[in-house]
Design a protein around this ligand. Structure first.
Ligand code: PXP
Length: 239
């Protein structure tokens, strides 16, 4: 297996800050410490309602992140113009429903290939790599390719919640195989933790995982550096 990059999602550092509408804890500082601990990238989701990450965070992270900055965003005009200005290394297109607790599933690329393709083209024209967050569904993987994406991020949330994980794991593997055959790079994420990530690390051609909640939750007890280091150890041991 190849090297699997760990993107640390620091949204929930900002969630805690916003619980007090304060200045601490700062996701920019957390990102700095995560990188020191071995994170291969920093991921943030700038939501339309700005409930955790703010534009201020994104702009500062663009200046301070030394690894890779991955911006998760909805494919809207507003987000597109922010991305084209800030120029993260990578954009991951995600669906966004107002009021949702977290991203609820993959983007339905198949029903709006042309629309998504326009956004992808503009991002790629600015030198930004584009990944699309999709369910482990081969028709969505093919649609992501049609839309011009460089990569897909396979939604692992259904697998994480499933009682029968074998079936869900096989769907992830199959989506990955289809993606690789189409020349798409393969990422995975959502609801991964220190244990359930282990089988996912065997996904064919997996290059990147994006993990937020499990790492930030553990960081409350052991500190962010140790929480990131431990996840890196799991990834290195099982990929
Ligand atoms: N990948 C994507 C596309 C996401 O939307 C999220 C949540 O923001 C994550 C990964 C990280 O999920 P979690 O916080 O459950 O690790």
């Amino acid at each position: 297996m190849g090297y699997v990059r760990l993107g640390v999602n620091v949204d929930h550092v900002a969630t805690l800050r916003e619980a007090r509408k304060s200045v601490a804890p700062d996701p920019v500082e957390a990102a700095f410490l995560a990188e020191l601990a071995g994170a291969d990238g920093i991921t943030v989701h700038l939501r339309m309602d700005r409930r955790h990450i703010k534009e201020r965070d994104l702009r500062l992270l663009r200046q301070t992140v030394k690894t890779r900055l991955n911006l998760e965003m909805a494919a809207t005009e507003e987000m597109l113009s922010i991305a084209l200005e800030v120029k993260p290394d990578q954009v991951t297109l995600v669906p966004e429903r107002p009021g949702e607790v977290t991203t609820e599933g993959g983007l339905d690329v198949a029903s709006s290939v042309d629309e998504i393709a326009k956004v992808v083209e503009k991002l790629k024209g600015a030198g930004i790599e584009v990944s699309i967050f999709v369910d482990p569904d081969t028709s969505q993987v093919k649609a992501a390719k049609e839309a011009g994406a460089d990569a897909i991020e396979i939604h692992t949330g259904i697998y994480a919640a499933a009682k029968n994980k074998e079936n869900e794991l096989e769907r992830i593997f199959e989506a990955a195989r289809v993606a690789r055959n189409l020349g798409l790079r393969v990422h995975a994420g959502h609801d991964l933790n220190y244990r359930n990530i282990i089988p996912v690390l065997k996904t064919p051609g997996l290059e990147e995982v994006n993990i937020g909640h499990a790492i930030i939750a553990r960081a409350i007890y052991v500190g962010i550096e140790r929480a990131v280091r431990e996840m890196k150890e799991v990834i290195n041991a099982y990929s």
